[in-house]
Design a protein around this ligand. Structure first.
Ligand SMILES: [Zn+2]
Length: 96
């Protein structure tokens, strides 16, 4: 799901209120973060994969220097209030 300008603004506002400056990368000590412009889904590892899986919608912050990624719940950030905390997605089987 692509983020709208309004959602990006809401995310930046949320981080400003929750994450005190300096926003230091724990790996390389830089303060250069980028927000990927989509909501991703972080799936439970639950083999075999042809079962219902639990998924957590997430916002990703990526360190622009070393690539370290921080995951935040998209629901906690407040951009998908209408979704359940753990979206369930059925993975279709490729086997006939
Ligand atoms: Zn870094």
């Amino acid at each position: 799901m692509e983020l709208s300008e309004e959602q990006r603004a809401k995310i930046l506002e949320w981080f400003d209120s929750k994450w005190p400056i300096p926003n230091i990368c724990p790996v390389c000590n830089s303060e250069q973060w980028g927000i990927l412009d989509r909501v991703f889904r972080f799936p439970e590892f639950n083999p075999p994969i042809h079962r219902l899986e639990m998924n957590v919608p997430v916002i990703l912050l990526v360190c622009q220097i070393c690539g370290y990624i921080l995951f935040f719940s998209a629901e906690a950030v407040g951009i998908i209030e209408e979704m359940l905390p753990h979206e369930q997605v059925k993975i279709e089987s490729n086997k006939g």
